[in-house]
Write a protein that binds this ligand. Structure first.
Ligand SMILES: C[S@@+](CC[C@H](N)C(=O)[O-])C[C@H]1O[C@@H](n2cnc3c(N)ncnc32)[C@H](O)[C@@H]1O
Length: 473
């Protein structure tokens, strides 16, 4: 079997973490399948890569639908992010729970030797809302030109196609976004198409429209719009600047929840939402509430994208953490949400975060919530920990919250966390594989054991999964 060969009538066995499918080829080798895979379906595949022990392949067409597949309203379409939309939600939860269980096989040897240390594996916590749950959606403008497919479309507005960064798919309606976000998107779509201004092309650095980010605070309904454009595009500066301001004013009248509109000036070629944010209309921040605390969100703030789901996640963390008093180290803190929610239980909290803007926002949010015992430290966790230990060698009664990005903890940070001798560690992870890897290090080098494992689904219809675990001595 070789590249581009078609494999017919292949049954998809299951989904593996990252959203790829797993099947077995006629010669017994494994096939890893990309693109909208549904376990239980029978598909025809094209081989993309031949590796030593497996193939990588892409679905060409579906021969037989999976019994897990559900009928959806006609306007519910799968664009880039919501690949699992055709799978019934209760099946999605089962798949995610199973993926977390599988990741833990890697470390179960540690409790097989002493079964009294077997952790409780709790049922997965579902997202309170499964449609319209996103409080932030990022739309992109672009073009799609393909001689092979006979497509010459110079104006598209919607989402990037999965793993095809030069291809935008027009979108009518995003099922993960709130209705008001969809309605505003529709207005922006009509306005930009009629404007006569072209979409930005990173290859030539010519064009105008780039990204449109809509944020809506779930609990206050306040909306922020961030319109990212190439401000160096000459035609805009000659004629259109005033038009866009008028349009922004009309949008605010039409959608009274819009509290803030920014223009993001971006003339860099990279396809990222960046640049100088200029407030065009309204106030600089919108306000969100989580578990009774107040958070101000500015155009560049990191904030969990599912507010109701974040309340579930943080409640799990709050309930699992048993310690009262002493010092809390909130590592990989973002804007300090977890530290702020737990601050009243501790004498002192240190929230450590790499991104300076997030640390600054966190410090402001802490004060807003009267949490005067939190210090925000803008540093890498792996650099902060040895310095902190050297300066506070006699520190006792320290608890740790660890919430790293997908890659897990830096190898330099792992030995440091063990030096605190904390009674309790809560690890929040968005990647069960790196969580298992880090736990393996911790178990092999200390006498911690796991008490609880709780998967939490914050992102229905996507492959993403959060896991919260509690370790104790
Ligand atoms: C998964 S987010 C968690 C944010 C926060 N705990 C929350 O609940 O909103 C991970 C955070 O770690 C930060 N980060 C990444 N690498 C880091 C490092 N080496 N040291 C400190 N923070 C880091 C990222 O900027 C991001 O804000």
């Amino acid at each position: 079997m070789k590249k581009n060969e078609i494999l017919e009538n292949i049954s998809v066995d299951k989904l593996i973490f990252g959203g790829k499918g797993l099947a077995v080829a006629p010669d017994g080798r494994k096939i890893i399948i990309t693109g909208g895979v549904i376990p239980g379906s029978v598909v025809n595949l094209r081989i993309l890569k031949v590796k030593k022990g497996h193939f990588e392949a892409q679905i060409v067409d579906t021969v037989k639908k999976s019994p897990l597949e559900q009928e959806l309203p006609a306007h519910y379409q799968v664009y880039g992010g919501c690949k699992w939309l055709p799978i019934a939600y209760k099946e999605q939860l089962k798949i995610k729970e199973e993926q977390v269980r599988e990741a833990f096989h890697y470390v179960e040897k540690y409790w097989q030797e002493s079964p009294e240390k077997t952790p409780v594996f709790h049922p997965i916590v579902a997202s309170p809302e499964i449609y319209g749950y996103r409080n932030k959606v990022e739309f992109s403008w672009g073009k799609y030109i393909s001689e092979k497919e006979g497509v010459y479309d110079t104006f598209r507005f919607g989402f990037h196609a999965q793993a095809q960064f030069d291809r935008i798919i027009d979108c009518d309606f995003c099922v993960l976004a709130d209705d008001e976000i969809n309605a505003i998107f529709k207005e922006m779509n009509e306005y930009s198409r009629k404007s006569g201004l072209p979409t930005y092309d990173p290859k030539t650095n010519i064009g105008f429209w780039r990204h449109f980010v809509v944020r809506k605070a779930h609990f206050t309904n306040e909306i922020m719009l961030i319109l990212s454009i190439n401000h160096e595009f000459e035609e805009y500066n000659r004629k259109h600047e005033g038009d866009i301001l008028i349009f922004a004013g009309k949008l605010m009248e039409q959608f009274p929840h819009i509290a803030s509109i920014y223009l993001l000036q971006n003339s860099g070629r990279a396809d990222i939402v960046t640049g100088e944010a200029i407030l065009m209309k309204g106030k600089p921040t919108i306000t969100e509430h989580l578990l009774g605390k107040t958070f101000e969100i500015n155009p560049k703030s990191f904030f969990q994208t599912n507010s109701l789901g974040a309340e579930k996640l943080y409640s799990v963390v709050r309930d699992l953490m048993k310690t009262q008093g002493g010092t809390l180290l909130d590592l990989y803190a973002g804007t300090g949400t977890i530290g702020i929610l737990l601050a009243d239980r501790f004498e002192k909290v240190y929230s450590v975060e790499l991104v300076p803007e997030a640390s600054k926002d966190g410090a402001k949010n802490a004060l807003k919530n009267g949490a005067t015992n939190i210090t925000f430290i803008n540093d890498k966790t792996e650099n902060f920990l040895p310095k902190f230990l050297a300066e506070n060698s006699d520190i006792k009664n320290t608890s740790l919250i660890i919430d790293p990005p997908r890659d897990g903890m830096h190898p330099g940070a792992l030995p440091e966390i063990l030096k605190f001798n904390s009674k309790e560690i809560i690890y929040v992870s968005c990647n069960p594989a790196t969580l298992a890897r880090d736990l393996d290090y911790i178990f092999a080098n200390s006498d911690y054991h796991l008490t609880d494992i709780i998967p939490v689904d914050m992102f229905p219809h996507t492959h993403h999964i959060e896991t919260v675990v509690r370790l104790e001595k």
